[in-house]
Design a protein around this ligand. Structure first.
Ligand code: ZN
Length: 502
C-alpha cells in the first residue's frame, strides 16, 4: 500500500516535484528504537508493561539508587543477537556496555547504559532488503544494532507543572541505525524499510511493533543535496512519528521544506523537528548547534559480554524464515499472487497456519481463498486470533477436499464452514451427520428430473415450442426438490438429455 501526500500540502509538493525535484537528491538515514519483549527490565527484575499507575514498576536499581548493582538480562541480549543475525550483521564476540552521561529528569541515574564505538555494538555492518518497486530488492546497509536501556517519561500534569514516570526506565531497548551515506533516497523507501524491519522484529518475537504505544519508534534524519554535489546536505532529525503513514508524510514534508528553503536562498539548519499529525507539518523542537559530548566510558559495574561461536551459530540456526523470503517463496513455489502473499505473511501465526494446511495436502490458492475469505471474516466478527478459534489447518483442508471431490457445492461448503467454526467438528463429519453431501449419483438425479418434468407438462410444452429460457425454471425445481443437494452441472446435463428425448 502506498500513501501519497494529500490536501493542500500535496498540491504544493506536486508542483515542487515537477519543477525542481529533479535537481535535488534526498538522503534518509533511519534510527529505530525497539523496546524488547522481555518479561523484566534490562538490569533489574521489575516487570515490563505498557501504561499503568506511574512509578509502580520501579526498584532501587532502575531508580539508580547509590549502592545498587545491575545484572544484565540474558533474554534481552539474545534478542538483540537474533535481530543482528537476521539483519545480516557481523557479531561482536566481545562487547561491552558504556555509560552515556547527560542530565535530564527522565534519566534517574544521570547516565544511560548504552553501547559505543563502531565494532562494539552486538551487531554491526549488516543490511536489510526492501522491495525496489519492480519485483526485485534493494539493500539498505545497517551500521549498528545495539542494546541500551529506555528512559522514563516526562508528563505535563493537569494541575500544572511536570511529573516523571519511571515505569519505562530501564526497559531493554534495541537501537538499529542505517549506514552513512544513506541508501534510502525517498519517502516510500523510508516507509518500506520501517515496514520490513517491523515485520522482522515481530517474526523474531523480539518486539510487539506497536508504534502507537511507542514500543517501536522511528527517527529519520533527512537531508537534500543538489544532484552531482559530493557533500551531503545538513540533516534534520524528525521525531514524534507514530505510524507508517506519518513516517512517509514526514520525510516527504522535510524534503520539500528543505528544498524550498534552499531555493529561496536560505540554508537548512541542523535541527531536531517534531511532526504535527493534525497539520501534517514539521516544527522546530531544538537547534543542534554542536554534537553533545556524552563522555562515554565503559560501565565499571557491568562485565564484558563474551560469546562462544557455538552459541551464535545455534541462534543463527534457530532463526525463522523471514517475511520477505517467505513471500518470494510463496510466489515462486506455490504460484500465489503478490497480493495473496502479502495478506498471508502479514502475521507469523497466520502464515504458519497456511503452511500447515499446505503440508496436509491442501491446494495453496484454495487454502488461501478460504483463509482470507470466510475464515478471516468469521475471526473478525468474533475478534479472535487464528489460534483462538476451533478451526485448525485440518478443518480447511477437509473442507476443500469435499468441494474438490464434488461431494458438496460451494454454497454448502460455506454453510458447513460456518457450523464448523461454531462447534469445531470437521466439515466432513457435519456433512455426514446431516446427509448434506451433494448428490452426484446419475440415477438419483434422473429420478428427480423425471418427477419435475412430470409435474410441469405446460413448461415442457413451452420448451418444445422453442422457448428454451424456461430451462432455468426447471433446474430451479430440481434443486428445490433435492434440497439443494443435486450436483448442479450434472442436473443440467441430465435435464438437457431428457428434454431432447421427449
Ligand atoms: Zn527495577
Amino acid at each position: 500500500m502506498k500513501c501519497a501526500p494529500s490536501g493542500a500540502n500535496g498540491a504544493v509538493f506536486g508542483r515542487l516535484l515537477t519543477q525542481r525535484m529533479a535537481n535535488y537528491l534526498p538522503s534518509v538515514g533511519m534510527e529505530v528504537h525497539a523496546e524488547l519483549a522481555t518479561r523484566s527490565k534490562m538490569f533489574c527484575r521489575c516487570p515490563v508493561a505498557f501504561g499503568g499507575e506511574p512509578n509502580t514498576r520501579v526498584c532501587p536499581i532502575c531508580l539508580g539508587m547509590p549502592g545498587t548493582l545491575p545484572v544484565p538480562n540474558k533474554a534481552a541480549i539474545e534478542m538483540v543477537l537474533k535481530t543482528a543475525l537476521a539483519l545480516n550483521c557481523k557479531i561482536a564476540m566481545t562487547s561491552i556496555f558504556h555509560r552515556k552521561n547527560y542530565f535530564y529528569p527522565d534519566l534517574p541515574k544521570g547516565y544511560q547504559v548504552s553501547q559505543y564505538g563502531d565494532t562494539n555494538p552486538l551487531g554491526y555492518d549488516g543490511y536489510l532488503e526492501i522491495p525496489n518497486g519492480s519485483g526485485g530488492t534493494k539493500k539498505v546497509r545497517i551500521r549498528r544494532v545495539h542494546l541500551e536501556e529506555d528512559t522514563g517519561k516526562l508528563m505535563h500534569l493537569p494541575s500544572g507543572g511536570s511529573g516523571v514516570d519511571y515505569n519505562r526506565a530501564g526497559t531493554p531497548l534495541m537501537e538499529i541505525v542505517t549506514e552513512f551515506p544513506p541508501d534510502i533516497s525517498n519517502p516510500t523507501e523510508a516507509r518500506d524499510y520501517l515496514s520490513q524491519l517491523r515485520q522482522i522484529l515481530i517474526y523474531l518475537g523480539v518486539c510487539d511493533g506497536k508504534m502507537e504505544e511507542g514500543s517501536l519508534r522511528c527517527e529519520p534524519n533527512i537531508s537534500v543535496r543538489v544532484e552531482g554535489a559530493e557533500k551531503y546536505g545538513t540533516k534534520t532529525e524528525l521525531k514524534n512519528l507514530n505510524s507508517f503513514r506519518s513516517v512517509q508524510l514526514g520525510v516527504a514534508f522535510e524534503v520539500r521544506r528543505q528544498i524550498a528553503e534552499l531555493e529561496n536562498g536560505g540554508k537548512v539548519l541542523q535541527e531536531t523537528r517534531g511532526w504535527n499529525e493534525q497539520k501534517e507539518a514539521s516544527y522546530i523542537m531544538r537547534l543542534k548547534e554542536e554534537e553533545n559530548d556524552y563522555r562515554y566510558f565503559p560501565d565499571p559495574d557491568l562485565a564484558p559480554m563474551v560469546f562462544e561461536e557455538s552459541m551464535i551459530e545455534a541462534l543463527r540456526a534457530g532463526l525463522p524464515e523471514l517475511p520477505m523470503a517467505k513471500g518470494l517463496r510463496y510466489q515462486s513455489e506455490l504460484g500465489l499472487s503478490e497480493y495473496d502473499t502479502g495478506v498471508l505473511i502479514a502475521d507469523r501465526p497466520w502464515s504458519e497456519f497456511f503452511e500447515q494446511a499446505v503440508a496436509l495436502g491442501g491446494e495453496p490458492k484454495t487454502i488461501c481463498n478460504w483463509m482470507t475469505g470466510d475464515f478471516a471474516k468469521l475471526l473478525n466478527e468474533k475478534s479472535l486470533a487464528p489460534g483462538e478459534s476451533k478451526i485448525t489447518p485440518q478443518h480447511i483442508v477437509d473442507l476443500t477436499k469435499l468441494v474438490e471431490s464434488g461431494s458438496v457445492s460451494g454454497k454448502m461448503a460455506k454453510e458447513l464452514f460456518a457450523e464448523s467454526f461454531q462447534d469445531g467438528r470437521l466439515p466432513s463429519e457435519i456433512a455426514k451427520s446431516k446427509g448434506a453431501s451433494q448428490i452426484s449419483d446419475v440415477d438419483e438425479i434422473l429420478a428427480v428430473v423425471k418427477k419435475v418434468l412430470a409435474e410441469n407438462p405446460e413448461i415442457v410444452a413451452k420448451y418444445k415450442a422453442g422457448n428454451t429460457s424456461v430451462k432455468g425454471f426447471l433446474v430451479g425445481q430440481i434443486m428445490k426438490l433435492s434440497g439443494g443437494r443435486a450436483n448442479p452441472g450434472l442436473a443440467q446435463k441430465i435435464l438437457g438429455d431428457e428434454l431432447e428425448n421427449m
